[in-house]
Design a protein around this ligand. Sequence first.
Ligand code: AMO
Length: 437
Amino acid sequence: MMMDRRYSDEITPEMDGLKVTVAGWVHDKRKLGGLLFVVLRDREGIVQVTLPKKFVVPEVFETARGLTKESVIRVTGTVQKEDKAPNGYEIIPDGIEVLSPAATPLPLDPTGKVEANLDTRLDNRVIDLRRGEVAAIFKIRDTAIEAAREYLRSEKFVEVQTPRIISTSSEGGTDLFPVAYFEKEAFLAQSPQLYKQMLMGTGFDRVYEIATYFRAEEHDTIWHLNEVTAVDCEMAFIEDEGDVLVVIENLVAGMINAVRERCGKQLEILGRELNEPRLPFTRVRYDDAVKMIDEAGLKVPHGEDLTTEAEKKLGEIMKERGEELYFVVKYPLRIKPFYTMPDEDPVYSNSFDLEIKGREIISGSQRIHQYDLLVERIKKKGLNPDNFGSYLEAFKYGIPPHGGFGLGIERFIMTLLDLPNVREAVLFPRDRKRLTP
Ligand code: AMO
């Protein structure tokens, strides 16, 4: 049977005299004259357990005295109104049970009083995640994903799961992790790209996946991960990429507003305030973006992808105009993946990125749905159409005009909360050097 226990925030001073059970970690222990205080921490906050030596059973007092910090305990006792205690109450115990003792010394101080660098924190992530500020990030992440699902469902998107083991690159390029798959060549999926497009030929005309992208990029930056979580969408029967932009605006605004409304406590812990997003988001053409960055004194080669530095500069320019969220649209076709639909002027493409404060969070486009053009573009990119057999096959038998995008959750959370490193937004990050924990 599950323990009958209450979270710290489910107990109030008005429950004075009531018997309760709480369970959690020993956050702190203090002695003051004939009093022993054990501060217990659970998911929702802290509870003060007060032991006046004279009034508690000697064994209970001895158990409390012997507790090491971060041990897991269960306490049963009586609620007592106490203005000086956190939340206005304390618990006078008549039983303390050690469910799991913690060894000493601790590899990391979970109260955060002793500062530790990110590497040490990630090495000891289980203990690091006990800290309120760290846990708050993941509650917010959970809420953002929950809101994404709510919005997409309300717009009739169907949640799907596509293969994580694939036989060919979906994004072009060589950033693939090989997998030993019997006698065949296989890789971890860079994205669901080819599968979500194929699904557009099935009748499921709006799909999304909370996907994992595996990217074998050798970057070692505050901004790159080798394992990414994304909200990955595809929708059919669009006129052009403009229809996709509207879905993104509502999706992103929905995610931000849900965090604003449901995560007040977590935002307060993190000391962050979020502005309500203003719709529609401004669309800046790639050409204009390059011009603006150029005029601000940073040279960007026209026709190339925007560097991190260039994006940052554009973010500063847009911020001066009061815009934190904006699209960059109509990138040169040359720098976009083979599946991207060319613009009427084929130098450009029906592609876009969503930027938040100078950082790319989303990338997407209208896709090519014409078989011949797709084969031509694959060849033009120096890829071999034979490697795209079953994908190309789907385009022979009726596939509607479609488009979609991928939203990187970690980058979204990082920029939204102004975190200094994208790794802060992953429970157990995978990067160039890190494979454990
Ligand atoms: P793209 O490769 O631009 O597009 O990825 C989409 C979004 O995923 C996130 N992302 C990353 N986040 C952290 N570290 C990385 N190494 C990393 N790589 C990508 C970013 C990025 O905007 N198939 C297309 C999407 C589409 O067109 O539907 C794609 O994968 O937030």
